[in-house]
Unconditional design. Structure first.
Length: 160
């Protein structure tokens, strides 16, 4: 009987424990489920934040690549523009040098023509003066009058 009483006490204890533990188990299970849901929500939030951060990082990296490409394009354009300006300036300088050379050659040609004309005029003046002295020394009055008359006749022919 002793065993039967111990059996019934053990059985009653187990039943009591199960009945007492059941509402507590439900509360613990509910609390654990709540905690699991909260952890799951936090993980989902962390995952969402991580994805947002990765998207933002990718956006910044894309912007950085775009900015670098734009900077490279600006530098390339500036180099092209500098080369174009250099070529343009060189062409303008060469054109200006050619114009100045042409002007200098024209001035030299004018100076040569003027000098040649002055030499001709001087030669004519010297020849006329020398001819006048020779005629004055070698001609008498009668020959002189004939030469003057011939010159006047030639003058009328040359003027008309």
């Amino acid at each position: 009987m002793f065993q039967a009483a111990e059996f019934w006490v053990a059985l009653a204890t187990i039943i009591f424990a199960v009945l007492a533990f059941r509402p507590g188990a439900k509360a613990v299970t509910a609390m654990l489920d709540e905690r699991a849901d909260k952890i799951r929500q936090e993980l989902e939030e962390a995952q969402r934040l991580r994805e947002d951060a990765q998207a933002t990082l990718a956006s910044y990296q894309r912007r950085q690549r775009d900015a670098l490409k734009e900077a490279e394009d600006i530098i390339a354009h500036a180099r092209e523009e500098a080369e174009r300006l250099r070529l343009h300036s060189t062409a303008e300088l060469e054109a200006a040098m050619k114009r100045r050379e042409t002007q200098a050659m024209d001035k030299i040609a004018q100076a040569e023509a003027l000098a040649l004309q002055e030499v001709k005029n001087l030669t004519v003046d010297i020849a006329v003066a020398a001819g006048g002295r020779l005629l004055a020394q070698n001609l008498d009055a009668q020959q002189s009058a004939k030469l003057i008359d011939a010159s006047i006749a030639d003058l009328r022919r040359n003027l008309h």
